[in-house]
Each structure stands twice: as structure tokens, then as C-alpha cells.
Design a protein around this ligand. Structure first.
Ligand code: ATP
Length: 252
């Protein structure tokens, strides 16, 4: 098995708060792994450290065998990591297709968005074909020319997934994809994600409060509490453990 992520001893402090304390995690290609924990446990901070959006105070990160500690975020994306956001981060008046094209250019370009967009000119037929292939996988082809503001939240989340897939990730970080969705929208999203993940073979690290989704979607989970890993193992066993239930104060 090839390792797509090895994070070792990741530590992050914010004035007076230890948000992550010596967090170690390894993920193999094609795995679906959960990262759970109560509010404020450090889950999003961990994502931001893996991506290089936040500098770490200690530890190291390797993506697909390449040490990216201290490396800029866009270079980590090229090494094989992609993400979605808890609150969708899309431009309301830009089309679905434009969001995907921008991501593809950032992957190949200089890492400076304006320069990449101006410098590379109109999309080529190869870019458009790759874009439409990803949109097709996600069932979004009919919406390609729609501005984001015309989409539902669930469709917006799929656009975020599509944008991440354009960079050909080996590991996709999903930050609370069920947030704001009802039960049927959540299961539709999970079904699409599972199909695409099986077909493309990337690994997923899923941050999620929806216990049903984590249990059905992931094979293995890590549990963070106050910035420390308190459990890891097969998701069902982890969810059933007393320590994890106590950390959630009986919330599930
Ligand atoms: P949630 O489930 O509510 O999204 P989380 O597990 O993702 O929570 P984080 O958002 O990573 O938790 O926050 C971890 C801790 O770090 C919290 O105590 C939070 O207040 C603190 N924190 C996060 N970002 C910052 C920041 N930019 N400045 C100061 N403190 C921060």
C-alpha cells in the first residue's frame, strides 16, 4: 500500500491555546478515514496545517511520500492534497465550469491566481474535456453554465468536490460535507462521493459531526479532543468506546 498522508507530531498553538498537540496520522491510498471530535477539538485546524494554510509549531507532513513541511499550499495541492470547506467557498456569480477551470490552472500554473488566469488565455479543448468529465462524474454537467447562486447547497458542495478533483488529489479532505443539508441531501451526497471515490481511487479524510454518515462512510477513524488524539481504529469500535462517548458528553 502506498501512503498518501503521513502527519507526525503536528502541534499548533494560538495565543494561549494548544489547538493541536502532537497529532500523528497515516492514511493509505484509497482509504476512507474519519476525523471526529467535539466542537473546538482542532479538526479544521488540522486540515489547515496539512494544507499549509496555517504554519505549524511542530511536527511534519508528507503527502504521497513527499515531505511538504513548510511548503506553500499550492505546492501541496500539486503533491496530491485537495479540500472542501465547512461553509462553501465559491464565487456566487461565476459559473460551475469556471470554478473547475480555475482549479486546473492553479495546479499547472504559478500559484498566483491572477497571473495564471491571464497568462494562460482561453480554456483549451483538453481543459474543457477534463472539466466536463469531472462534472459528468458528479452529475453536474447540466449545471455547467449556471452561476453558483442558482445552485442548492448540496450542489454547491459537489462543485467544491469537483474543483478539488481537477487537481487530481491522492487525498481529499472533506470538512463537514453534511453541514446545512437534510438527511436525504446528505445521503445523495454520500452516494455520489462514494461512487466517484471508488472509480478514481483517491483517499478521503472526512471531518463530520453526523455520526451516521461517518459510520457508514469510513472504515477507520481518529478522534480528537482538546487537540489530542484520544482514540483511533475501526470506526464502529471507536464510536462505541467509552472514552469517545464521554468526550462527546453523550451526544450520540
Ligand atoms: P468545529 O467542530 O466547531 O468546527 P474544530 O474541531 O474544527 O471545531 P477548530 O476550529 O480547529 O476546531 O478549533 C480548535 C481550537 O483552536 C478552538 O479552541 C478554536 O477556538 C481555536 N482556534 C481556531 N482557529 C483559531 C484562530 N485563527 N485564532 C485563535 N484560535 C483559534
Amino acid at each position: 500500500m502506498t501512503e498518501v498522508l503521513r502527519a507526525t507530531g503536528v502541534t499548533k498553538r494560538f495565543a494561549g491555546i494548544v489547538a493541536l498537540n502532537d497529532v500523528t496520522m497515516a492514511i493509505d491510498e484509497g482509504e476512507r478515514v474519519g476525523l471526529i471530535g467535539p466542537n473546538g477539538a482542532g479538526k479544521t485546524t488540522f486540515f489547515n496545517c496539512l494544507l499549509g494554510v496555517l504554519p505549524m509549531d511542530g511536527g511534519s507532513v508528507a503527502i504521497a511520500g513527499k515531505d511538504v513541511t513548510g511548503v506553500a499550499a499550492y505546492r501541496r495541492v500539486r503533491a496530491g492534497i485537495g479540500r472542501t470547506f465547512q461553509r462553501i467557498e465559491l464565487f456566487p456569480d461565476c459559473t460551475v465550469r469556471d470554478h473547475l477551470l480555475v482549479a486546473e490552472r492553479v495546479r499547472r500554473g504559478t500559484g498566483r491566481l491572477w497571473k495564471d488566469m491571464i497568462g494562460l488565455g482561453r480554456p483549451t479543448s483538453a481543459e474543457l474535456a477534463q472539466c466536463d468529465q469531472v462534472l459528468g462524474l458528479l452529475g453536474l454537467l447540466d449545471l455547467a453554465d449556471e452561476p453558483i447562486e442558482r445552485l442548492s447547497l448540496g450542489q454547491g458542495r459537489l462543485v467544491e468536490v469537483g474543483r478539488a478533483l481537477m487537481t487530481e488529489p491522492k487525498l481529499l479532505l472533506l470538512d463537514e460535507p453534511s453541514s446545512g443539508l437534510d438527511r436525504s441531501e446528505t445521503s445523495a451526497l454520500a452516494k455520489t462521493l462514494q461512487e466517484v471515490q471508488r472509480e478514481q481511487g483517491f483517499a478521503i479524510l472526512l471531518v463530520e459531526h453526523d455520526v451516521e454518515l461517518v459510520t457508514s462512510f469510513t472504515e477507520r477513524s481518529y478522534v480528537l479532543d482538546f487537540g489530542r488524539l484520544i482514540a483511533e481504529g475501526p470506526t464502529r469500535e471507536v464510536m462505541a468506546s467509552k472514552e469517545v462517548r464521554d468526550a462527546y458528553l453523550g451526544n450520540f
